[in-house]
Design a protein around this ligand. Structure first.
Ligand SMILES: [Zn+2]
Length: 562
């Protein structure tokens, strides 16, 4: 009703007289994506909702001006043939404008809203000759380079650019030593600058879905920057969140970081290193690392493969190549959501079979296609090294035989197919210079922790002592003030930490299907040795109170079964 009143009131006297006839909806154009909008010719220039005083309709239809000065109507599908659209055409003509061909386009509501709200503009669509983004492109590219450089200098693994479309400022965060931190120097980043920066950065994306950065859509791709003369690969992954796009950039150094001696320095315990080395001597079968994102599994894999003797021919199939491995023939296989690259993968695999190699690093087994490649290679007697997302070593075969990957369980159970299964996490390592002995630090800790936990600090320590039956004399905790050695500018969240260390569990299926020691037990041993903070062990696995209850429950279940 309100709408009718509006149409009667506004410019009734200026309507073109005479019937125009009904608009044939099949003549309407369709703009299904932001790329199609960017690609339309003549190009999109601006909305004219305000000029025609029809802002109140703008979530359904809006008049827009194109580059050749003609006017079109962008509309939701349901309104493209509506009376309102017909009236709007009359008003466009009566105001002396020329109608575009086609005169009406159907757009998705989200895209229509993005245009009306100014979140997508001719500038942000890029490619137009005279827009401001082109003139400021070098400045925006330099600002983006600064963000990435800062991350590299501080050892970040990821950069998170969280755009809040409705706020003047947006967030820049980094993952450093496994922690999500917001440095002081990038607080208050203007939202418009960040959006423009992302549009400019996306222009250099390879293998991405979409020719332009689209805040309304999930996008993936990768780009290479040079930092201090060294190539750095960034893997781009964006999420269209409710408040705006959230872009996560994973920093993948392409320098020779992985070498044989690295396996020792990653943090495996002596017996675990011996186990890995022993498994490497035997030939055929698969070594598979698992863990969550950022658990260092790719690093471990590269270190392992780097240590293979030079008389073995090593080929890698990665998406993308994360580390340069001396002596290996590395292949990047970028597979994305939009382009059909199955043929490329199949062709690679065919030539791989004729390559007479002994060892293959298969970056990740994550779908039916890589699952088949895994079976094919292992079945032909090649040594395979790979990663998979799984929450424990025992879950690796479960994950591989799930519907997503579909490697038959009886194939996996065949002796010799699975040689070694590793699950790992990365924990922040305490700074050796300033970590505090836990005994004697009670007063300092009570204020910070007891209120939240509902257990006294002393009771908590006693619980750890009981659960693991060890002395706490070597246990140390993080010094939140840090020292010269571990302070990073503006990152008080990381004071007291230096680097990270692996806590792992390993299954050798030839011996047993359960690990000698769980990853949590490995982490606790490291804490008892003063290398990591006990509280970080809890936050990565579960609380010691939970551990106690789990043990009671297990005991009860075992008692009930017998
Ligand atoms: Zn320190």
């Amino acid at each position: 009703m309100k709408m009718l009143a509006f149409w009667r009131r506004a410019g009734k006297d200026r309507f073109v007289e005479g019937p125009l006839g009904r608009f044939d909806v099949s003549n309407a154009g369709t703009i299904a994506s932001i790329e199609q909008l960017a690609a339309m010719r003549p190009g999109y220039l601006r909305t004219l909702g305000a000029a025609f005083s029809v802002e109140s309709l703008s979530d359904r239809l809006v008049p827009v001006q194109l580059e050749d000065q003609t006017v079109a109507i962008f509309s939701q599908a349901a309104y493209v043939g509506s009376d309102q659209a017909d009236e709007l055409v009359r008003r466009i003509l009566s105001a002396g404008h020329k109608l575009a061909t086609p005169e009406r386009y159907v757009l998705a509501r989200s895209l229509l809203l993005a245009l009306v709200r100014g979140q997508v503009t001719a500038e942000s669509l890029g490619g137009l000759p005279r827009h401001s983004l082109a003139s400021s492109r070098p400045a925006l590219a330099a600002a983006f380079q600064d963000l990435v450089e800062w991350g590299v200098r501080h050892g970040a693994s990821d950069i998170h650019l969280n755009v809040h479309l409705a706020e003047p400022n947006s967030e820049v965060n980094y993952t450093i030593s496994g922690r999500y931190v917001a440095p002081e120097c990038f607080r208050g980043m203007p939202t418009s600058t960040l959006l423009d920066m992302l549009s400019v950065a996306w222009m250099d994306i390879r293998g991405g879905n979409g020719s332009v950065f689209d805040p309304m859509r999930e996008q993936q791709g990768s780009l290479t920057l040079h930092i201090d003369g060294k190539p750095l690969l960034l893997r781009w992954s964006s999420m269209a969140a409710d408040v705006g796009p959230s872009v996560c950039l994973r920093l993948l150094s392409r320098s020779m970081r992985a070498c044989s001696s690295d396996l020792d320095s990653l943090g495996y315990m002596h017996d675990q290193l011996a186990q890995i080395r022993r498994a490497m001597i035997s030939e055929s079968g698969a070594v598979i690392f698992s863990g969550t994102v950022g658990s260092g599994k790719s690093t471990s894999l590269a270190a392992l493969v780097s240590g293979l003797p030079s008389h073995r021919k090593v080929i890698t199939l990665e998406d993308p190549v994360e580390y340069l491995i001396p002596g290996a023939i590395q292949n990047t296989l970028v597979r994305n959501l939009d382009t059909c690259s199955h043929d490329v993968f199949a062709a690679k695999l065919r030539s791989l079979r004729r390559s007479a190699m002994s060892d293959v690093l298969l970056g990740e087994i994550r779908d039916i296609e890589t699952g088949r490649a895994f079976m094919d290679l292992v079945g032909s007697g090649v040594n395979v090294y790979s990663t998979v997302h799984a929450p424990s070593a025992a879950m690796i075969p479960v994950r591989l035989s799930s519907g997503f990957i579909a490697v038959p369980a009886d194939f996996l159970a065949t002796p010799g197919v699975l040689r070694l299964l590793v699950f790992q996490v990365l924990l922040p390592r305490l700074c050796d210079e300033c970590a505090l002995p836990v005994l004697g630090s009670e007063a300092r800790l009570v204020a910070g922790d007891e209120g939240v936990r509902g257990i006294t600090w002393q009771a908590w320590l006693e619980l750890v002592r009981q659960l693991y039956g060890r002395s706490l004399c070597k246990v140390r905790i993080r010094n939140p003030e840090g020292c010269q050695a571990c302070r990073q500018d503006g990152l008080s969240d990381l004071y007291g930490y230096r680097g990270r260390t692996v806590a792992a569990e390993i299954i050798e299926p030839a011996l047993s299907w359960s690990p000698q020691r769980s990853a949590m037990e490995s982490a606790v041993l490291k804490a008892l040795d003063g290398q990591v903070d006990l509280r970080d062990v809890e936050s990565r696995f579960h609380a010691f109170e939970t551990e106690k209850m789990m043990r009671v429950a297990r005991k009860r279940a075992a008692g009930g079964a017998s």
